[in-house]
Design a protein around this ligand. Structure first.
Ligand code: NIG
Ligand code: FE
Length: 404
């Protein structure tokens, strides 16, 4: 039986729709939702006088924006790496730690030792913090299991996160994140294994996209290509940790597979930029990892802007290089470190972040879009990149339902 949609009117707010090339500010705005979609957006004065709704929500004079999208996280893992962070602050490099078997591998050991319920409980807590700071959609990568069983466990946790928290979660298989100890000295064999796991994980409905870490301390372009070919044969989109510590030509490789995004990009070349532009690939900038690794090489933001490559910003939440759980803080840092404009950074945590996940139904306030909203104690959306270290988010709405 076809049920009548629930119509909700949201009023008494300033709206930042982000639909055009500007903030899309509506001073006295109103928004009408029907079930999980936005049905109408406009000035409150334009609302029909005879409008009938099921619920009316007074937004108390706050600022309403699209719900934020965190498009790159490694949120499911066991343990923590504060000791490693301390080592780094005492002068040991990330690469030295990785080569000595620490780094990602120590998280792999802790993740393998954790039960699915433990992993879920920790991931739920982290997701709630993201939500308290405006996030309504997030991507979660595997990559700390590195065996079929442990990768499946992490991806199941990512799937369950959506049900537990009410947020939209997209899953990414990152089996090619690091070499597990049982494959020491045999990276090609490991990549063969990763490619055989992928169809199994996909058949279980656990994979929305496929990622790899193409780097001197990760996998070569040839190994990355093999993973991408396995993804393509299943019709799965790809993305890539590319040009983080060196220029491997990863961005151009990923673009040749029509990648949704290339992420990090501090060492991105002009050729990589051109290939990303031609393929419509989003550049995901990760200032949290840049900051924590105390990098000095900046991603080529001016050239990306000039080329018209859409830029997104994400937390890259992970226990090694970016234990960050505030997307507005990352937007702030993208402005201060990478010189994004406040508008670019806010588009980077909304509409462009959605695009980095292949999602075109969120990230702006417009009819037909998902009713994923964030309500802020702010006067203007440029304050999203201004304040740092506190949480001006009052609540989020996910699919038309108030969520926190
Ligand atoms: O995105 N670059 C590789 N992966 C993560 C770091 C993972 C870790 O150190 O645990 C990143 O920065
Ligand atoms: Fe990452």
């Amino acid at each position: 039986m076809h049920q009548k949609p629930i119509r909700r009117l949201w009023r008494q707010a300033r709206l930042a729709t982000l639909t055009g090339t500007d903030w899309g500010l509506l001073e006295h705005g109103a928004l009408l939702t029907e079930d999980e979609r936005i049905a109408w957006v406009g000035p409150v004065a334009d609302l029909p006088s005879d409008l009938s709704v099921d619920e009316e929500h007074d937004l108390g004079g706050g600022l309403l924006t699209p719900g934020l999208v965190d498009c790159h996280t490694h949120l499911v893992y066991g343990g923590r790496r504060a000791d490693e962070a301390e080592l780094r602050l005492n002068g040991v490099s990330y690469e030295q730690i990785a080569r000595a078997g620490g780094g990602i591998r120590s998280t792999v050991a802790a993740t393998r030792a954790a039960s699915e319920e433990e992993l879920l409980a920790q991931a739920v807590r982290r997701t709630q913090v993201l939500r308290q700071q405006g996030v309504t959609t997030l991507e979660v990568k595997s990559g700390y299991g590195l065996s079929l069983e442990a990768e499946a466990r992490c991806l199941r946790v990512a799937r369950r996160l959506g049900n537990e928290t009410g947020l939209s979660v997209r899953t990414t298989f990152l089996g090619a994140h690091a070499l597990p100890p049982e494959f020491e000295g045999r990276p090609d064999d490991y990549i063969d294994a990763v490619c055989t796991w992928l169809p199994t994980l996909h058949a279980q409905g656990l994979v929305d996209a496929v990622d790899a870490f193409c780097e001197t301390i990760g996998f070569t372009p040839a190994q990355t290509r093999q993973v991408f070919e396995a993804a393509r044969s299943l019709g799965l989109p790809v993305k890539l940790h590319a040009e983080q510590l060196s220029d491997q030509g990863g961005a151009a490789l990923a673009a040749s597979f029509g990648a949704l995004s290339c992420d990090h990009l501090e060492h991105l070349s002009p050729e990589g930029i051109a290939a990303m532009k031609a393929a419509g690939t989003v550049a995901v900038l990760l200032p949290g990892a840049f900051y924590m690794l105390r990098e000095t090489k900046l991603p080529p933001v001016a050239a990306l802007r000039e080329a018209g490559v859409p830029m997104a910003v994400s937390t890259d939440h992970n226990p090694g290089t970016s234990p960050a759980l505030s997307l507005p803080l990352m937007a702030h840092m993208a402005c201060s470190f990478f010189r994004l404009t406040p508008l670019e950074a806010v588009r980077g945590i909304t509409v462009h972040a959605a695009r980095a996940l292949g999602l075109h139904d969120r990230g702006t306030l417009a009819p037909g879009q998902r009713a994923d909203l964030a309500l802020w104690d702010l006067e203007h959306p440029n304050e999203l990149t201004y304040w740092f270290g506190h949480t001006p988010c009052r609540c989020v709405v996910v699919g038309g339902e108030e969520c926190s």
